[in-house]
Design a protein around this ligand. Structure first.
Ligand SMILES: Nc1nc2c(ncn2[C@@H]2O[C@H](COP(=O)(O)OP(=O)(O)O)[C@@H](O)[C@H]2O)c(=O)[nH]1
Ligand SMILES: [Mg+2]
Ligand SMILES: [Zn+2]
Ligand SMILES: [Zn+2]
Length: 399
């Protein structure tokens, strides 16, 4: 089945299946010619990628629906599909598998990068198998960047400070999303069925909204995402800061105590701006509001708090547990002087749920490194499993 409404997982532009382009293979064609590889100026401009590639081209709408086209220069057939807007190579069977684009947004230092890294590692190694699910980077750049810039620094070197982007291949200010392929084996009426989806994560800082171009990009990413994860750092909120376990590493006050709310307000304005409904309507896309760094607040939680128990999604998203957590976080928000945040969320987001997690399981060392006891994630996959269950990709149980 061909999906009629597509969104490019790299630039988040809306596309139609008959608009998809091709890229020449660059191999020696039957006629003996070889298409030269050069920097693709569109790919450079849109995605900051400067590598040398064979030419890309578009064909008539009818031909674009076929799986193969002949390169207009060398005449050879190619099956490599590209986005007509940003020229990124699209995943195999792009128009035939549903994509789920997830924008992750929050203030600087709220823990987004650490969360995404630990989340994907958990999905690959521990949580995925419980759901008969596998997660792999969908393209070479994602696999390479996820290894070199996310996974290795954190897991092998214990480094928490932001790593510099691969400056050689990427222009400043452009950070392409990480795109993963998620396959889930489900039994449906006694038969095994594999459902595949693409997960695209756009990791950005809410206040990186200085230029008009960056605002436009953010509006598009948020408006065309299927789900949003809003990352909030309780340690940037005055009330929770006071309650943090002594010795916890606290984020700089730079963002101010209203950092969390400011980021949220800004993101919401962008969503209203990009949405087709008027600014008065509530935003309907599933929005997970995720509080990070809970390890610093554990001792303040009552012994019966669901946030102290690990989640247990034995092959199904546990709805009841998730609703208990949602209620608990809402109550905590009041203690943390965050009542305004709850009001704001209720007022603006029709489908939202609160989550609490600790990606690291412990406060970092004085040098801002991973504790020598290692990374022990807590409830890190709950929010994405909720989004996936809202999308119908994983099943849920318990009311
Ligand atoms: N206590 C605690 N601190 C964390 C955790 N995750 C991140 N941090 C701290 O928050 C800082 C910022 O995290 P990062 O993911 O880079 O934030 P980003 O700017 O939102 O991408 C890190 O350098 C750590 O000091 C966590 O799970 N627990
Ligand atoms: Mg970051
Ligand atoms: Zn060619
Ligand atoms: Zn694109």
């Amino acid at each position: 089945v061909i999906q009629l409404r597509l969104v490019c997982p790299y630039c988040y532009e809306r596309l139609r299946p008959w608009q998809l382009g091709y890229r020449c293979t660059g191999r020696r064609s039957r006629s003996g010619t070889v298409c030269p590889s050069e920097t693709d100026t569109v790919l450079l401009e849109r995605m900051g990628r400067a590598e040398a590639l064979p030419p890309s081209f578009t064909v008539s709408p009818l031909r674009a629906l076929l799986r193969e086209a002949a390169c207009p220069v060398c005449g050879d057939g190619t099956r490599h599909r590209v986005c007509p807007r940003c020229h990124s190579e699209l995943p195999l069977h792009f128009a035939r598998i549903p994509s789920r684009l997830i924008a992750v947004i929050g203030a600087r230092d709220s823990g987004k990068t650490v969360y995404i890294t630990v989340l994907l590692r958990e999905l690959k190694q521990r949580v995925g198998p419980c759901f008969n699910a596998s997660v792999v980077g969908s393209d070479e750049l994602t696999r390479q960047r996820f290894g070199a810039e996310y996974e290795r620094p954190l897991y092998d070197e214990g480094v928490l400070a932001a790593v510099t982007r691969s400056a050689g291949t990427m222009a400043a200010g452009v950070v392409p999303p990480l795109v993963f392929r998620l396959s889930v084996d489900r039994r449906h009426m006694g038969r095994a069925r594999e459902s595949r989806s693409l997960l695209s994560f756009f990791d950005t800082a809410g206040e990186d909204l200085t230029s008009q171009r960056s605002v436009d990009t953010h509006v598009r990413y948020l408006a065309n995402a299927d789900g949003v994860i809003v990352v909030l750092d309780p340690l940037q909120m005055a009330g929770a800061r006071r309650l943090a376990t002594p010795g916890s590493r606290l984020p700089a006050r730079g963002a101010g105590v209203d950092g969390a709310l400011n980021a949220l307000v800004r993101v919401t304005e962008l969503l209203h701006k990009g949405g087709r409904a008027g600014a008065a309507a509530r935003i309907r896309k599933p929005t997970a509001v995720v509080f990070t760094k809970l390890d610093a607040l554990w001792p303040q939680l009552g012994p019966g708090s669901p946030l102290r128990q690990p989640s247990n999604h034995a092959g199904e998203f546990d709805i009841e547990d998730s609703l208990r957590v949602d209620e608990e976080v809402r109550a905590l928000l009041n203690e943390w002087d965050g009542a305004e945040i709850d009001q704001f969320i209720r007022h603006n987001y029709a489908r939202h749920r609160y989550f609490g997690l600790s990606a690291l399981g412990e406060t970092p060392t004085a040098e801002n490194r991973v504790s020598p006891r290692g990374i022990r994630p807590h409830r890190v996959a709950d929010a994405i499993l909720w989004l996936l269950s809202e999308f119908g990709v994983v099943s849920s149980a318990g009311r």
